[in-house]
Design a protein around this ligand. Structure first.
Ligand SMILES: Cc1cc2nc3c(=O)[nH]c(=O)nc-3n(C[C@H](O)[C@H](O)[C@H](O)COP(=O)(O)OP(=O)(O)OC[C@H]3O[C@@H](n4cnc5c(N)ncnc54)[C@H](O)[C@@H]3O)c2cc1C
Length: 413
């Protein structure tokens, strides 16, 4: 019989996905001892499109400048991604290459890697000098008291000064202490399937986002993976799915059999099952993401880009900012809700603008004609193309999308 163990530490991180790993890697940089608790045994799967954007690549480089090259060369099977294809409801398609800024790196701006591989690779980077990592350990309760936090699993009771909740979509801390409720208008349903033998995949690893009639108000994607495989999926706002009783799986199969895609999937075989998971979107303005002795990061903080569904980058960013906040709180020995509110301010100051622009873009999907018009504008507008081209490499360029003057110029062009 295994004995129940007690551990006392400075900080507990619940969940070792990209958000939890990023928080842990930064805490280790700051030489802060902590415990990471993960309910699964790695390598573990995660339902996802598997696209690692420029945000992820830039974060990796900041943590360790050698890691992106290592990721490319390691056994972690990944496809370098050099661009994106958008298709509009009227069938109009546009392919936009991603480029590095002048003097940029030689590696691709983005990658596509199955999460079972990428997350495991990142997880193995955790610095055991500062992080005590407990796998196969599901946290069943978190009790935040005035002067400490008590985290419980069947095997451990861990006490700490602060808890970083990185548990993903169904975060215990977010529900119990953050007032989190699933708002269907700020949440998407997504399906993922792995296929082998899809034809017409880009040799440069362009990801394909299809805003076709059948998938609206959502999009259908095809992302090329190594060894002739592809990640194929669909995402749609949960509010629409439940209001209209949409059977997403049936819809996805209909799309595969539609005239636009049937030839490409003629000889493709499904690997394993089609699986689904939720996406907590960052479209609700300034949702509280901290409180007395806790910080929420990644999906637990609902920071997925509402338009693209991209969440790994923001998960890693929030992990970093939470670690920085933790360092400040430990130094000041202040863990109250008022002090930790600075974390919310940092997050929303850095990515609040782009989340709101994406929320606006998401609303455009309800108006196919407007979307058709946008795609034709992008096709004919050099500035817009350039912005998107470099956006993957230069996160700051995304700020352009938050400037109304930018849209005015696009409109008048
Ligand atoms: C269908 C779909 C497609 C997507 N496509 C993309 C894409 O292409 N690119 C992109 O950037 N993003 C995409 N996303 C979003 C992305 O998957 C998430 O934003 C990202 O995984 C968030 O990382 P995280 O670390 O916050 O959470 P997770 O990756 O979910 O990690 C949470 C971890 O916490 C652990 N955990 C949970 N509960 C407990 C507990 N009680 N005790 C201990 N451990 C616990 C879990 O086992 C898990 O390992 C997609 C999402 C979906 C659903």
């Amino acid at each position: 019989m295994q004995l129940h163990k007690k551990i006392d530490t400075e900080v507990v991180i619940i969940g070792a996905g990209p958000a939890g790993c990023s928080a842990s890697l930064y805490l280790a940089k700051f030489e802060i001892p902590h415990v990471v608790v993960e309910k699964e045994q790695y390598p573990r799967d995660k339902v996802c499109g598997d696209a690692l954007s420029g945000k992820v690549v830039n974060q990796l480089k900041k943590i360790n400048s050698a890691w992106v090259d290592e990721l490319q060369l390691s056994d972690t099977a990944c496809t370098p991604s050099w661009g994106v294809v958008f298709s509009a409801p009227n069938g109009n398609e546009i392919a936009i290459p991603f480029k590095h800024k002048p003097n940029g790196a030689s590696h691709s701006p983005g990658f596509i890697s199955k999460r079972i591989d990428y997350d495991y690779w990142l997880f193995q980077k955790l610095d055991k000098k500062w992080a005590t990592v407990l796998q196969n350990t599901e946290v069943t309760d978190v009790d935040i008291q005035k002067d400490r936090v008590v985290v419980r699993s069947s095997k451990y009771t861990i006490t700490s000064k602060l808890v970083i909740s990185a548990e993903g979509t169904r975060a215990l801390v977010a529900k119990k202490y953050g007032g989190y409720k699933l708002h269907k208008e700020h949440h998407s349903a997504g399906l993922r399937a792995y296929y082998h033998g899809v034809t017409g995949l880009s040799k440069q690893g362009f990801i394909e986002l299809h805003f076709i009639k059948e998938s609206l108000p959502g999009y259908f994607w095809i992302f090329p993976l190594p060894n002739g495989q592809a990640n194929v999926g669909i995402g749609m706002l949960t509010k629409y799915v439940s209001k209209n009783n949409v059977n997403l799986k049936k819809l996805m199969i209909e799309i595969l059999e539609s005239p636009k895609f049937k030839d490409r999937f003629k000889n493709a075989t499904l690997q394993k099952k089609i699986v689904g998971w939720g996406l907590p979107l960052g479209s609700k303005k300034n949702r509280p993401i901290s409180g007395h002795r806790f910080l929420l990061v990644g999906d637990a903080a609902s920071v997925i880009d509402p338009f693209t569904g991209e969440g790994i980058g923001n998960a890693m960013f929030t992990g970093k900012w939470a670690a920085e906040q933790t360092r400040n709180s430990l130094e000041a020995n202040e863990f109250g809700a008022k002090e930790l509110l600075q974390y919310d301010k940092t997050v929303y100051q850095k990515i609040g603008g782009e989340l709101m622009v994406s929320a606006f873009m998401l609303r455009l999907i309800n108006y196919p004609w407007l979307f058709n018009w946008m795609i034709s504008k992008i096709k004919n507008n050099k500035e817009l193309q350039e912005t998107i081209t470099f956006m993957f490499d230069d996160v700051d360029l995304r700020k352009k999308f938050t400037n109304p003057l930018f849209y005015l110029r696009v409109l008048l062009n």
